[in-house]
Design a protein around this ligand. Structure first.
Ligand code: FPP
Length: 285
């Protein structure tokens, strides 16, 4: 039986969607958006033209994910390394682009019932950017549909350092370090992503086979889908292709094939296949 196609999908998206099992959609998809610079260079344009074009990809991906009922989508927009190591002009362009995106997009996020969140060290961003981020978060806080989380000035190692500090501080406030209890749940509760389940699927564009310091704790059991498509060319249909690939994988969480005994209990009997697109130039840190 073919799945009913959600409203708003275009013809190509509908074609891929009909091959999906709507009961096995990922609950959380994380995306490493990469390839803006290469996209621009191939067109003899400045790098910032790639970032500008990448906004249309963000829009298309967010809308499609929300239309098909993905509960959580996290986009790696800006790493701590990007923030510290890229030329000041590019960083300031990206900050302006983010502010313009937030201002323009809040009405659409509200129309689609999408709630906006952030991960990363916000306090290190310019105060005008922090204000705009706070405004957009507040303006979407009442929404109950998909949670869209933007990773900004984000580093997974920094997140872990912050989580360990936060655990020690919490123990110190609640009776002292004798009360410090560290286990996996405690670490998860102190991460920036405490509002989210761990991602089931991580997508990386532009062919690079790295995690680049993104959600290192949370991606422990995620399926990895790497596509050669450069981010400015990525659209909702490519997300659906990634989900199709995800649904072909067998998730074992360290258990045995098809034994259904893993604590996560999502072993799925199908062929395991890892996408192996052509590697290209080293891009993101
Ligand atoms: C990586 O491409 C991309 C970035 C560092 C920035 C991502 C920003 C956007 C997609 C647009 C704005 C986003 C929002 C949420 C408004 P790269 O520059 O490393 O590309 P390269 O590896 O080809 O050089």
């Amino acid at each position: 039986m073919q799945a009913t196609v959600p409203a708003g999908l275009d013809r190509k998206e509908a074609e891929v969607y009909q091959r999906l099992d709507p009961k096995r959609l990922p609950k959380h998809i994380a995306i490493i958006m990469d390839g803006n610079g290469r996209w621009a260079r191939r067109r003899h344009l400045p790098r910032i033209a790639g970032h500008r074009a990448g906004v249309s990809s963000v829009r298309s991906t967010v809308e499609t994910a929300s239309r098909i009922g993905i509960p959580a989508l996290t986009l790696y927009a800006f790493s701590e390394e990007n923030w510290k190591k890229r030329p000041a002009g590019e960083v300031s362009f990206l900050m302006g682009l983010l502010c313009r995106y937030l201002k323009a997009e809040v009405p659409t996020l509200n129309k689609n019932n999408i709630r906006l969140e952030y991960i990363g060290r916000q306090r290190e961003l310019p105060s005008s950017v922090q204000e705009k981020m706070q405004w957009a978060r507040d303006a979407t806080a009442q929404n109950t549909g998909m949670v869209l989380t933007l990773a900004l000035n984000y580093s997974a190692r920094t997140e872990l350092v912050d989580a360990f500090r936060s655990m020690v501080d919490a123990a110190a406030r609640n009776g002292g370090l004798d009360h410090l209890e560290i286990d996996e749940d405690a670490v998860s509760r102190h991460l920036y992503t405490r509002h989210l389940p761990d991602p089931d699927l991580v997508v990386r564009t532009s062919g690079e086979m790295r995690l680049s310091n993104f959600l290192l704790w949370q991606l422990a059991y995620a399926e990895i889908y790497v596509t050669p498509t450069l981010w400015p060319e990525f659209r909702g249909v490519h997300l659906l292709e990634g989900i199709e690939e995800y649904q072909k994988r067998e998730r074992r969480y360290g258990g045995l094939a098809g034994d259904g005994s893993s604590q996560h209990g999502r072993a799925e009997a199908s062929q395991t296949r890892v996408s192996a697109p052509h590697a290209s130039k080293t891009g993101r840190s």
